[in-house]
Ligand binder design. Structure first.
Ligand SMILES: C[S@@+](CC[C@H](N)C(=O)[O-])C[C@H]1O[C@@H](n2cnc3c(N)ncnc32)[C@H](O)[C@@H]1O
Length: 267
């Protein structure tokens, strides 16, 4: 399965255009490939060679992830080299926002950038409320689904040039997305670049106090898997430590059931 590829195989989507939360007129979300000239600034950015990212996930476009997004169902896991499996909650990601998500949505202010938006339940919910929100994800299948759900989304890595850099009021790193790239320090530094001077980031942390960097694959538990890539898991304490070093200060911490969240603002 290809990542953000032009002309890649997959179900055809009706072209859609959505309000650009970064302030430009329109963003083409017809499959994440930015093929139509609806947002010249985003296109100009897209045409520039991407900087060598600290970590660029290439492997969330593995067939098992695409298949799970197509059906809206798991089982799906992140598998570590030693066989340990982290279950991925595909059903929850493909469902409308739950009670815990509602607490995140309630704290979103201004323009929202959902980093690793997956199938887009949060950007779709924000769009339905008339709130400016953009998702970014390296998986073309995730972006297509997010757009079908009514969200605006770009098929791009968070480490690539993005519209609205330095102007996002709220960034989201939900569902364990602090793990993106396997280097929380680099991701929090990137989030700081993307955020407005008074911007915040809402991070979902692990249920236990851990600070783990691992190499994993997406795995469907039935023999299908992608290629290895770096990932990280952080408990709240570790997040606060990394955040402090990357120029973020904690605003609030809360918990809903077994899900934990921290909101940080730019220092
Ligand atoms: C744990 S899943 C989160 C799912 C998502 N939050 C949702 O609501 O369904 C991680 C997501 O991050 C995306 N991802 C991985 N690396 C990325 C990167 N460098 N930039 C943007 N998205 C990335 C994956 O494609 C995947 O959809």
């Amino acid at each position: 399965m290809e990542q953000c590829a032009v002309g890649a195989s997959g179900p055809p989507l009706p072209p859609r255009q959505a309000a650009d939360p970064a302030g430009a007129a329109l963003v083409d979300t017809s499959g994440g490939a930015l093929r139509t000239p609806v947002d010249r600034r985003a296109l100009a950015l897209a045409d520039r060679p991407a900087p060598a990212p600290a970590a660029r996930a290439r492997d969330w476009h593995a067939d098992p992830y695409a298949d799970a997004l197509r059906t809206g169902r798991g089982p799906l896991f992140l598998r570590r080299g030693d066989g340990w499996l982290l279950p991925l909650e595909v059903e929850r990601w493909c469902a409308p926002p739950d009670e815990a998500d509602a607490t995140v949505l309630a704290r979103c202010r201004g323009r929202v950038l959902d980093v690793g938006c997956g199938p887009g339940r949060l950007v779709a919910a924000l769009a339905a409320r008339g709130r400016p929100a953009l998702g970014v994800d390296v998986s073309r299948h995730a972006v297509e689904r997010a757009v079908r759900e009514g969200g605006a989304a770009l098929c791009r890595s968070v480490f690539d040039p993005l519209p609205g850099t330095g102007r996002w009021a709220t960034l989201l790193l939900i569902d364990g997305n602090i793990g993106i790239g396997g280097d929380p320090r680099a991701l929090l530094a990137r989030a700081r670049e993307l955020a407005a001077p008074d911007g915040t980031v809402i991070v979902e942390t692990a249920g236990t106090e851990l600070d783990e960097r691992v190499v994993v694959r997406v795995d469907d538990g039935r023999g299908g898997h992608g290629t290895p890539f770096p990932w990280a898991r952080l408990g709240t304490r570790a997040l606060l430590a990394y955040g402090g070093r990357a120029g973020w200060v904690a605003v609030e911490q809360w918990r809903v059931g077994d899900r934990r969240f921290v909101q940080l603002r730019r220092d």
